[in-house]
Design a protein around this ligand. Sequence first.
Ligand code: PHE
Ligand code: FE
Length: 294
Amino acid sequence: MDAGSFAASSTRRPPDGARDDWTIDQDWSGYTAVEHRVWVTLYERQAALLPGRACEPFLHGLEALDLHGAGIPDLRELNRRLNALTGWTVVAVPGLVPDEVFFEHLANRRFPAGRFIRRPDQLDYLEEPDIFHDLFGHVPMLTDPTFADYMQAYGRGGRRAIGLGRLTNLARLYWYTVEFGLLSTPQGLRIYGAGIVSSRGESVFSLEDPSPNRLGFDLVRVMRTPYRIDDFQQVYFVLPSLQRLLDDTLQDFGPVYRRLQALPDLAIEEITPEDVVVSRGTQAYAQARSAAGA
Ligand code: PHE
Ligand code: FE
């Protein structure tokens, strides 16, 4: 699941066949051979790209969960391993779920994952998160104790942000960390964001392309930065450590949200004098795409 779910209406009822908390059975034996092959194809493409690009906790989690298998993982087996490591479980849902349902699951260390997988002609792009994005992208990081705690705290914070009318700001934090975050390591920049590690194109673009800005992570700054859901990001935020993410977000966001009321949003490609610039992007990619009418 990802921040796209933050746009979902809050009063919808679960679809037929789903439980009150929107979960469904994965029905693992119901997947077809073609669907399993889509998983294996995507898995192999990413497994070849990610050593040296994804961060150690991600690669370690991928091994610990044995996600390669012969195809789409069976959640019953995956959950045995994951739960033993950090107390998280993955639950299947029909698709995007309403915000408060999503946050309620996270706050209880349950990660909602779409049951469906993309079609063979959609390997590189699709709008809604599927089971490859949700399991391959998100679940390895949930084996890291610090990140696991962050995700749970985020769920609690989500409920609070709804009450305070600050969900737009909190959703940006999710986007630029959980989905598109980069980590600085002694070996160089590494990916931890699920939206990047599950995308062949962005796994390379985010680290190696001269176009995007790469800026030091700053909580308030991130919350002022809009994002695009239709193409590669124009800016990535770089964490010095996962612990820093947890430490910064354990503070009370009440004062943070009050500060934000007085601060305007930034333009997506803007660099401010306060920013720590890891690399200043050319924005050539985004400019070429908008010139082409993309
Ligand atoms: N500390 C935040 C609050 O007071 C909650 C939160 C934790 C938000 C972790 C995001 C991530 O609202
Ligand atoms: Fe996601």
